[in-house]
Design a protein around this ligand. Structure first.
Ligand SMILES: Cc1cc2nc3c(=O)[nH]c(=O)nc-3n(C[C@H](O)[C@H](O)[C@H](O)COP(=O)(O)OP(=O)(O)OC[C@H]3O[C@@H](n4cnc5c(N)ncnc54)[C@H](O)[C@@H]3O)c2cc1C
Length: 423
């Protein structure tokens, strides 16, 4: 079997793989990017039709290329795809599409790794795994398959028209769940939303977008997840020009808010008694951010308009005062459940010792303990911003520089004879 040799193999041509390619090229590192589908495939086929970027174009981008739209706009998923395609052309990224990496193992008796792909075998000194932070949709096994009930993950949701007539239960109150529930409500559906622990930063405050506030307050740079809030999702939306996610206002518009989804029995789905607590902690998170923003304005003497109306928290809607603890799906004519319940990783193809007992990659800023194996694009890889477009670009620079430093050591080794001195 002929084996193609490359110094560094990048697996995946999403934003992480492309950022890696830019920095590797800048450092003169020979590399190849293998992508099982197309560039930015997830933005093409794993997002709903109306999805726009969570951050405005001036912020959610690589530092080396701007979006074509106005800086304050929230690019749609097709614009994001086009952006990455154009970026790949701009940097002449050596991407080979339609090639899936199926197995990676140490090259016994040789340097580096042997990588099996759908198009043959590759030998690489370094492998950067850039296969995405959100790989396999997770649906908790709570509701069995039932006639007349469509269940799907947010990964497969496209638009309200895709769903059968009837009410919809959306499970999950992060950015995906809250945006999908809002869209369904606007389309005229009856919507039930199961709300878990969440943060909900203001979309903007005192004339500045929340991405700016998180930046100046140093929150994108936080290096470790607080174990107490690791399970908390963030509800933000760039939809319809961008607005703060406010679950009380969803309820005012007719949405029924529910606690965390529990067990299903005899056609009834139960919900935890935690709705009020989850809404309250979301409000507390929101107000804390306003406080921090005000303190920043004060300390730095910024001339930003005050915005007292942002502090108004509406009265509790009825579904919050008297939470519904169980719902009979048939009685409520719930014909669809959309599980916006997150993703798990899939590194089964990596036959190397770089994972902990839970299967999570062990690494420091993307550099694993196994020489030449790197990760990019994982949530919190180096900091909070790591899985976002601009964040992965900085992580990719670190990884490319690490590879380059290793090259420098080997170049030194090749040019200077080793002399052993003895006493
Ligand atoms: C609904 C949603 C909305 C988001 N919105 C934003 C946003 O607005 N702004 C933002 O900054 N971030 C956003 N994110 C987070 C993150 O930016 C995206 O998930 C982004 O797609 C991650 O980029 P990536 O390159 O790390 O991974 P991916 O985009 O998932 O790319 C990985 C690539 O690897 C390929 N691949 C996987 N396995 C293999 C294999 N074995 N062989 C070959 N190729 C393989 C895949 O086909 C894919 O193209 C969002 C995430 C979700 C789920």
């Amino acid at each position: 079997m002929s084996i193609e040799k490359v110094d560094t193999l990048v697996v995946g041509a999403g934003q992480a793989g492309l950022a890696a390619s830019e920095h590797l090229s800048n450092n003169g590192v020979e590399h190849l990017v293998l992508e099982r589908a197309r560039i930015a495939e997830c933005w093409r086929t794993a997002r709903w039709d109306s999805l726009v970027a969570n951050g405005p174009a001036w912020h959610d981008r690589f530092p080396t290329m701007e979006f074509e739209c106005a800086p304050g706009d929230f690019p749609g998923k097709d614009e994001v795809t086009a952006y990455f395609e154009a970026f790949a052309r701009k940097i002449a990224a050596p991407v080979r599409c339609g090639v899936e990496v199926t197995r990676l193992a140490k090259h016994d008796g040789g340097a580096g790794y042997l990588v099996d792909t759908s198009d043959g075998r590759v030998q690489a000194n370094n492998v950067i795994c850039a296969t995405g932070p959100f790989q396999q949709p997770v649906i908790p096994p709570l509701v069995p398959e039932l006639p007349g009930l469509l269940q799907m993950h947010s990964h497969g949701y496209r638009s309200p028209q895709q769903l059968p007539p009837g009410a919809v239960l959306v499970v999950g109150s992060g950015s995906s769940g809250s945006q999908i529930a809002d869209e369904l409500l606007r389309s005229g559906r009856r919507v039930f939303l199961s709300v878990g622990p969440h943060d909900r930063p203001p979309r903007s405050y005192r004339g500045r977008d929340f991405v700016w506030w998180l930046g100046v307050l140093g929150k994108w740079d936080l290096a470790t997840v607080d174990p107490d809030t690791a399970h908390v999702t963030i509800a933000v939306s760039g939809a319809l020009g961008g607005h703060t996610v406010d679950f009380r206002r969803f309820a005012q518009r007719g949405m029924t808010l529910l606690g965390m989804t529990g067990q299903f029995s005899d056609g009834r789905l139960s919900f935890a008694d935690d709705l009020q607590a989850n809404i309250n902690s979301g409000d507390a998170n929101y107000l804390a951010m306003l406080d921090e923003a005000d303190a920043y304005v004060e300390r730095n003497g910024l001339d930003l308009p005050e915005e007292p109306s942002a502090r108004i928290i509406d009265d509790d809607p009825a579904c919050l005062k008297n939470p519904v603890r169980s719902v009979d799906l048939a009685d409520e004519n719930i014909t669809s459940i959309i599980w916006a319940t997150g993703y798990r990783n899939d590194f089964n193809w990596m036959n190397v010792d770089v994972f902990d007992a839970d299967g999570k990659p062990v690494h420091v800023r993307g550099v694993s303990q196994e020489q030449g194996i790197y990760f990019l694009g994982l949530p919190w890889l180096s900091r909070r911003g790591s899985s976002f477009i601009w964040g992965v670009w900085h992580d990719a620079k670190y990884v490319a520089d690490h590879i380059t430093t290793q090259h420098r050591y080997l170049e030194h080794h090749a040019t200077i004879p080793a002399v052993v001195t003895t006493d």
